[in-house]
Design a binder for this molecule. Structure first.
Ligand code: ZN
Length: 261
């Protein structure tokens, strides 16, 4: 098994990576397996999609369809819940508060939240720095690092606008700081929850639904372009496999076998 770090850049369109010039992201892709054509779920909105990423079922199954907190209509265990049941230690780092409800109580070993994604262009760097500190001191089995500012720049200035692209470049630095701290015996998965168009997202159109999905590190094949369709529902089953866990029977995604070394 490999300890695994999941990095999520909120609202990152895959076609922004090249114009933004993202050396950290590109280096991760070069040493791992990746696609720029993974698919989100509908509605392509942050909390519904995150609930789907962690529970491997679409919003129609878990019932979270807006960014306003509500209990799952038909609850099922998520990735962190399954990891906890197996005795693994998980940690969350985020700057968008509603993500605290992605896991059941008493499943996290550590969590760090700072309300800075709307106010601080370097807010993601703060989250990254805390994640690096904890990674070095405590070596969790699974760590989630959520970086929220790119989505804010999309809403404020427009997806693919110069200010949005500039922010993608800035967040690549924060990603680089986390990647540099991850030991060689760990795996990394990096993705986004949705893209965007104009100053919005949530629609069933390619600009909103297409996201990057990258895996690299221990247990992952190097230099692979993933050609098979990837859904964000595949994230939890794949990370479970990397962690040496069985996917929960109710999860609907698949482990992306073709990336495994
Ligand atoms: Zn989002």
């Amino acid at each position: 098994m490999s300890s695994t770090v999941l990095i999520l850049i909120d609202g990152l369109r895959p076609d922004a990576i090249s114009p933004a010039n993202c050396p950290s992201l590109e280096a991760l892709r070069a040493r791992g397996a990746s696609t720029l054509r993974a698919t989100s779920v509908m509605p392509s909105i942050t909390l519904p999609v995150h609930t789907s990423i962690f529970h491997s079922v679409p919003p129609g199954r878990h019932g979270i369809t807006t960014n306003t907190w509500a209990p799952m209509a038909r609850p099922l265990p998520g990735l962190v819940d399954v990891a906890k049941a197996a005795g693994l230690r998980s940690a969350f780092f985020h700057n968008w508060e509603p993500l605290r409800d992605l896991n059941r109580p008493e499943t996290l070993a550590f969590s760090y939240f700072r309300d800075n994604c709307y106010t601080d262009p370097d807010g993601d760097q703060v989250i990254a720095d805390e994640a690096v500190r904890y990674l070095r001191s405590d070596r969790p089995d699974f760590m989630f690092v959520y970086l929220g500012t790119v989505d804010v720049y999309g809403h404020n200035h427009g997806w693919m606008s110069p200010r949005y692209i500039e922010q993608v470049r800035r967040v690549d630095n924060a990603v680089g700081a986390v990647l540099a701290a991850i030991p060689d015996d760990h795996a990394v998965v990096l993705t986004s929850d949705h893209g965007g168009h104009d100053r919005s997202h949530g629609a069933d159109i390619p600009e909103d639904m297409t996201v990057p999905w990258v895996a690299a590190g221990a247990g992952i094949r190097r230099g692979v372009d993933i050609h098979a369709p990837i859904s964000l529902l595949d994230t939890a089953p794949t990370i479970a496999r990397l962690l040496g866990l069985k996917a929960h029977a109710d999860w609907e995604g698949r482990c992306v076998e073709e990336i495994l070394a």
